[in-house]
Design a protein around this ligand. Structure first.
Ligand SMILES: [Zn+2]
Length: 342
């Protein structure tokens, strides 16, 4: 991978992570993606439900590459009597995982207020049970606003209401050793890879078939790629986080090729071709079975589209928490796609 493209990929990763996009609140990130693609000379278009599709070239035998740009998040459920907020999770956010994390409430008028997820009565010098209480969005965990609010009325006067979106701080960093730590690498890491592929095409990279990129929304709640697949698409590959964990082969430095997830096996020929491309190019990869995972392309098939399907992506550890991947995992994902499309 060219150094300039690698820098572009990491630049876009940081940019994408900095735009809050809890599932259901994704207009800003989609506008950003459409603007980037337009600047490269492409003609992206938006789906009515949200999300961006863009053809990278002309040709036959079209392939769709899809990454999702919605993330986990939360929504205000109750303004409490003490002025703090109870929230309901959007997607698989867990209370234990966001405790002590900063977050922003986004009001219907577009104002943002910072707060911190804390267990109620969080001072350990005051509450003996602070360390052992069950962590739950339904009871103990509250979003403590960094505003002088001490009652329900105080908070409502700020314009904060039930139904407001809550975006969690991604806390992005790259270590000197190349590890990328951030929330929402699922799936903004892959979105950065696809933007980089588009960039390479805009600079002259030739592909062996027609390729679309698609940035979906509502993936985290199960209907991301259920609509809008162009009629000429024959094959579709979800580019989404690869699982890393006990019993699996993949490391954060590798690209994961998924052979089966919760919806069953991926297309035999597509997986074979991906493995062959990885071997040809000397890409560091692992094949894995994902125990608890559903992908956008699973949803596309269930929606009735007649396509062959695959799933690849950079290895991501601690998924749906404070996630960790590696620059090499993104590079290997990019290099596999380039070889597959040669
Ligand atoms: Zn994902």
């Amino acid at each position: 991978m060219k150094q300039t493209l690698k820098e572009y990929m990491l630049y876009q990763l940081e940019k994408l992570l900095a735009i809050p996009s809890p599932t259901g609140y994704t207009k800003e990130v989609c506008d950003y993606l459409a603007a980037q693609l337009t600047e490269m000379g492409f003609a992206p278009y938006s789906l009515h439900k949200g999300g961006v599709i863009c053809a990278l070239n002309e040709g036959e035998n079209a392939l769709m590459l899809a990454a999702h740009v919605d993330t986990l998040g939360a929504m205000v459920k109750t303004v409490k009597g003490n002025g703090a907020l109870m929230v309901t999770p959007l997607g698989g956010l867990t209370a234990a995982n966001v405790e002590t994390e900063t977050a922003w409430v986004i009001t219907r008028e577009g104002k943002k207020y910072e707060g911190t997820f804390q267990i109620e009565n969080a001072s350990t010098h005051v509450n003996r049970e602070a360390g052992t209480a069950v962590r739950s969005f339904d009871s103990t965990l509250e979003l403590l606003l960094d505003e002088k609010v001490y009652s329900k009325d105080d908070t409502r006067k700020l314009g904060i209401e039930t139904g407001d979106f809550v975006a969690v701080n991604p806390r992005f960093t790259i270590t000197d050793s190349g590890f990328i730590k951030s929330r929402f690498l699922d799936d903004k890491a892959s979105a950065a890879v696809l933007l980089t592929l588009a960039k390479a095409v805009s600079e002259g990279l030739e592909l062996n078939r027609k390729v679309y990129v698609m940035f979906t929304v509502y993936e985290e709640v199960g209907h991301g790629a259920a609509a809008g697949i162009p009629s000429d698409v024959k094959d579709m590959i979800s580019v989404d986080m690869g699982c890393v964990g006990a019993g699996l082969n993949c490391k954060e430095t590798q690209v994961s090729i998924c052979s089966k997830d919760s919806a069953g096996p991926y297309n035999y020929d597509v997986v074979n071709d991906l493995v062959a491309a990885a071997r040809n190019a000397g890409v560091d990869y692992a094949i894995d079975v994902y125990p608890f995972y559903g992908s956008d392309v699973d949803v596309t098939l269930k929606a009735g589209f007649d396509i062959r399907h695959g799933l690849i992506g950079p290895g991501v550890y601690a998924s749906h928490g404070y996630e960790r991947s590696h620059v090499e995992g993104l590079e290997n994902t990019y290099n596999l796609l380039v070889e597959y499309l040669k």
